[in-house]
Design a protein around this ligand. Structure first.
Ligand SMILES: [Zn+2]
Length: 389
């Protein structure tokens, strides 16, 4: 059975409600493809296990509230377990033996808060600024690099670091990864090339993490992003087909996960599904700042919460701006019209037909038909049923 997964998610229950969109999309895909659904929780090795346990419990409850359960049973994994720690240790050894992780003397650029630790040779590449969720920003006056968190200019330091470098031959693996919608292929190729031409520093010597490992008799503190990036091989069976669902803003993370997986677990077949990032156009309410709890309270019930999220299914676009007033219209629609549901889902479909049938344009047409009291066809009822969960 194939499996639908998201990038690892921080189980913080007071997250922005917009973070529910990725699990929601993964849920739809799992139901349409009749695949398993696994959510990987990003906790690292927690300093307080009791608090993490509590956070995970609350996060699971949140997903239950919007009926995210996948086609069959929804399963959870965490990167904070002893088992995952042993797994990372084994993979790190493997990367070192393959010569993909090396110790090298390099010039590193550092910021004051310690978050930025990057190879100097990589910063000259303009793509580093375009990479989503990059911590680097360019100073408008003199063009130098700054940390987006502490705003300090970067300082140079020469030192020995652990570097992960991908073999060039792996570039050809891109052809084996299906990308949905395929409009993003060019962007992904750009990110792939960036990773292939620059090494990634995977050790942290200035802001040490509690992820300490021994390689080649040296003790290194691992970068937290590298830590979770190994997770696909942990949750997938060795030749399983994986649908990796990600927002357009996280393409650089997703690409790195695919590259690492193709080196360590070449038999896992990855399909990458990219959804747009939802932005809210606030009017009257400050909906764009709602936490998950505030959102669920404002919606009033699961169906409305899912219906509003479904407006983000604007496939092939980087982002979609939804007016906050759309929530009001959806609530009105549910108030006056009894929405007929259709119990049975369609036959198993593929990603192309999902994008064609379950998308913003058609969902808006459906909502309009419901408001006007028109009868939905069998296919339309099935789509509504899928969206509303
Ligand atoms: Zn900083």
């Amino acid at each position: 059975m194939s499996k639908v997964v998201t990038l690892p998610i921080k189980p913080t229950y007071n997250n922005s409600f917009l973070k529910l969109f990725t699990p929601f999309v993964a849920d739809l895909i799992s139901k349409v493809l009749k695949s398993g659904l696994t959510i990987m929780l990003n906790t690292h090795i927690p300093s307080r296990r009791d608090r993490i346990t509590e956070d995970i419990k609350k996060y699971k409850k949140v997903l239950k509230k919007i009926n995210i359960r996948g086609f069959s049973k929804l399963s959870f994994q965490t990167d904070g377990s002893k088992k995952y720690q042993n797994f990372v240790s084994k993979q790190l050894e493997c990367l070192f033996e393959k010569g993909l992780v090396k110790f090298e003397n390099k010039i590193i650029l550092l910021c004051e808060c310690g978050k930025v630790e990057i190879l100097k040779e990589a910063v000259g590449d303009v793509l580093v600024y375009k990479k989503r969720k990059s911590l680097l920003i360019q100073d408008k006056k003199d063009g130098s690099s700054k940390c987006s968190l502490c705003s300090s200019k970067l300082k140079e330091k020469e030192e020995i670091v652990a570097i992960l470098k991908f073999p060039d031959s792996k570039y050809s693996n891109l052809t084996e990864t299906n990308i949905y919608p395929n409009i993003f292929i060019k962007e992904i190729i750009g990110i792939y090339k960036w990773y292939l031409s620059h090494g990634t520093v995977i050790s942290r010597s200035h802001k040490k993490t509690n992820l300490t490992f021994q390689i080649d008799n040296k003790s290194i503190s691992l970068d937290t992003d590298f830590w979770w990036s190994l997770y696909l091989g942990y949750i997938a069976q060795k030749d399983q087909q994986i649908y990796l669902v990600t927002g357009q803003a996280s393409l650089n993370h997703a690409t790195r996960v695919i590259l690492i997986c193709s080196v360590l677990f070449p038999k896992i077949k990855i399909e990458l599904v990219i959804h747009p990032v939802i932005r809210i156009n606030d009017s009257k309410s400050n909906m764009s700042e709602y936490t998950v709890d505030e959102y669920l309270t404002a919606c009033g019930n699961t169906k409305i919460a899912r219906a509003f999220l479904s407006l983000g299914l604007h496939w092939g676009h980087s982002s979609i701006k939804i007016p906050s007033t759309d929530l009001f219209f959806i609530q009105k629609m549910f108030e006056f019209k009894k929405i007929q549901s259709h119990k049975n889902l369609e036959e198993k479909a593929n990603m192309d037909s999902l994008i064609k049938k379950v998308n913003r344009r058609l969902i808006l047409i459906l909502f309009k038909k419901i408001r006007q009291g028109k009868t939905l066809t069998k296919n339309e009822r099935q789509t509504m049923n899928l969206i509303l969960g």
